[in-house]
Write a protein that binds this ligand. Structure first.
Ligand code: SAM
Length: 288
């Protein structure tokens, strides 16, 4: 089977199978070898690696991955792509194709079975409609993970990277930075895909921290606090936290915590960095 990753061979495969693109599955296939090479370089692969590829499509990146690593586990939701993948990847014996919804797969069990529980790498051109649940799911379920190199919508990549004081800063920035070091490795224009997406894309590398950069007594409470603070972005932190249905702090308690941290009582959540959120959580959790 021909190497994919260019318009001619991709179109040939699509025509051979009369494949219908499914918008609901976020199907935009990569047709640019340079972009794939950048992804491969950033992934820093070795022949021992076990890779989880989310949404292999017709197997374009899967071919590149299988050339270098020990094993690729490719999870694809669209059953119409399975016979195509079996064809395009028929020359490789180190690829496992699973026809499943990645959000329903028990990835921890997969990692145990295929990599003896050792950290895997995720490499994917993600379906954009579920970028955040995929990334946060991998982190929150504590999947053994070394890094993720993923194509996402450009704005989402930027949101993951920024700190306080920028309009893109939010719950996603804090959550990602709690677990990993983000680095945008390439901006990818619309014409690198077929069909062309309506938005710009970027490849971001998330390197998992060995230890989170801040310590907190209660990780779950920290994330409830962060989410509540950005739910109503324009409100003061005090009001956002008081209005949150999954938190139960009195105004006076929050005021006391802010005074202890020497922060103004009118401050908004968007002005706090990760360390300050962790400190605030610890003060309030201690109060309970
Ligand atoms: N990797 C291919 C490429 O780069 O050409 C395809 C990338 S395309 C942006 C996203 C892929 O994810 C599609 O193949 C789509 O069918 C698949 N997908 C969408 N939702 C999924 C889900 N919940 N679980 C697994 N795969 C999914």
């Amino acid at each position: 089977m021909a190497v994919l990753g260019n318009p001619k061979n991709t179109i040939q495969v699509i025509q051979k199978y009369n494949f219908d693109f499914q918008k609901r599955f976020g199907q935009n296939f990569l047709i640019d070898e340079h972009v794939i090479e950048k992804i491969m370089k950033a992934a820093d692969l070795t022949e021992e690696d076990c890779i989880l590829e989310i949404g292999p499509g017709i197997g374009t990146m899967t071919q590149y991955l299988a050339e270098v690593v020990r094993e690729v586990i490719a999870v694809e939701i669209d059953k119409n792509l399975i016979p195509i993948l079996k064809d395009t990847l028929s020359g490789y014996s180190n690829i496992i194709i699973r026809n499943e919804d990645i959000l329903k797969v028990d990835i921890n069990t997969l990692v145990n079975e295929h990599n003896q529980g050792k950290p895997i790498k995720v490499v994917a051109n993600l379906p954009y409609y579920i970028t955040t649940p995929i990334i946060m799911g991998l982190f929150e379920k504590h999947v053994p993970l070394e890094s993720m190199i993923v194509m996402v919508q450009k704005e989402v990549a930027e949101r993951m990277q920024v700190g306080p004081g920028t309009k893109d800063y939010g719950a996603l920035s804090l959550a990602v930075q709690y677990y990993a070091e983000p680095e945008i490795v390439a901006n990818v224009p619309q014409n690198c895909f077929i069909p062309r997406p309506n938005v710009g894309s970027a490849v971001i590398k998330l390197t998992r921290h060995k230890q989170p950069p801040v310590k907190t007594k209660d990780e779950a409470a920290l994330f409830r606090m962060i989410r509540a603070s950005f739910n109503q972005r324009r409100k003061t932190l005090i009001n956002s936290l008081r209005n949150a249905s999954d938190l139960s702090y009195e105004k006076e308690e929050i005021e006391m915590a802010l005074r202890q941290m020497e922060l103004p009582l009118t401050i908004r959540g968007e002005a706090l960095n990760l360390e300050q959120f962790a400190r605030l959580t610890d003060i309030l959790v201690k109060e309970k």
